[in-house]
Write a protein that binds this ligand. Structure first.
Ligand SMILES: NC(=O)c1ccc[n+]([C@@H]2O[C@H](COP(=O)([O-])OP(=O)(O)OC[C@H]3O[C@@H](n4cnc5c(N)ncnc54)[C@H](OP(=O)(O)O)[C@@H]3O)[C@@H](O)[C@H]2O)c1
Length: 264
């Protein structure tokens, strides 16, 4: 799908990080963007700073009513939706046995059920016109899960299998889907837990979200099935799929023993 003036994009989790970078990259291409998240002040400030006319919606993806209202308003105010980006997400890293159940459930609600709600309410607008692209922001953690990210990886893997199946279901409808598997990207995702991240995590090497945004736009224009960024994410998936043990060995070399502590 060609992206440019006339394209209307709705993005959840657009107040900062990957969502905000993607909003900027799209706005620079002339796209009209619907920015959705809980922080309305940040959305309005971002909207005002972007070239062109955009719309900001306070939206909590834990609520079906909230997601439906934001998407319906954007489709009405902008006149339609061609690009729907399910991006909102959070993390709570730590050993599962120590993790409060509420943290696990919150990740499931936002990362996974939030994606379901976004696609459920946004897809009909694109199917009606037989035109559009859904983008699901999953994670490299969906391809090979990491210790201390058992639940986070689970929510990202749920997005992945949902998105892969849906891409097939959408065949012939004029609507398609791209799944995005980011590695470590420089955002505020772990800002609340920087002091207790697992040893295998390397925030210092995190990639610039604007580079990921450019890859996403390219992938949508070429209707690619998936984006793996940085490319090491793809290598980890390939090795893990051939042999999980070899994947563990590779991760130990790259990230140390805490990335794959069991050797059986
Ligand atoms: N950064 C990475 O290394 C990385 C790697 C792989 C995958 N990802 C994925 O990329 C996506 C974006 O994350 P990010 O790295 O850009 O993180 P971020 O900088 O923390 O941004 C997260 C965004 O999600 C929004 N959000 C959180 N809870 C929400 C809720 N209940 N309802 C609506 N919006 C909500 C936040 O806005 P409000 O707080 O204002 O609601 C914010 O705009 C996530 O799905 C994440 O899993 C990130």
């Amino acid at each position: 799908m060609e992206i440019g003036p006339g394209t209307r994009a709705f993005i959840t989790g657009a107040s900062r990080g990957i969502g905000a970078s993607l909003a900027l990259a799209l706005a620079e291409r002339g796209v009209t963007v619907g920015l959705a998240a809980r922080s309305l002040d940040q959305l309005e400030a971002l909207s005002a700073s972007l070239p062109g006319e955009h719309f900001a919606y306070q939206c909590d993806v834990r609520s079906s009513e909230s997601v439906k209202a934001a998407i319906d308003r954007f489709a009405d105010e902008a006149g339609g939706i061609e690009l729907l980006v399910a991006n909102a997400g959070i993390t709570h890293y730590g050993p599962f046995r120590d993790e409060p159940l509420d943290n696990a459930l919150e990740m499931s609600e936002i990362n996974w059920h939030g994606t379901l709600r976004t696609v459920h309410y946004g897809l009909p607008y694109m199917l009606d016109r037989a035109r559009g692209q859904v983008v699901v922001i999953s994670s490299g953690a969906a391809l090979r899960s990491f210790p201390w990210a058992a639940v986070y990886g689970g929510t990202k893997a749920a997005q992945r299998l949902f998105a892969e199946a849906l891409r097939h279901e959408l065949s012939g409808t004029g609507v398609s889907l791209t799944t995005v598997y980011p590695g470590e990207i420089e955002t505020t995702l772990h800002a609340h837990e920087r002091d207790r991240m697992p040893d295998w995590y390397r925030g210092s090497d995190a990639a610039d979200p604007s580079h990921l945004a450019a890859k996403i736009i390219e992938a949508v224009e070429e209707d690619r099935r998936a984006v793996y960024f940085p490319p090491i994410v793809r290598l980890l998936q390939l090795v893990h799929n051939v042999s999980p043990r070899a994947g563990d060995a590779l991760l130990r070399r790259l990230r140390g023993g805490t990335a794959a502590p069991r050797r059986d």
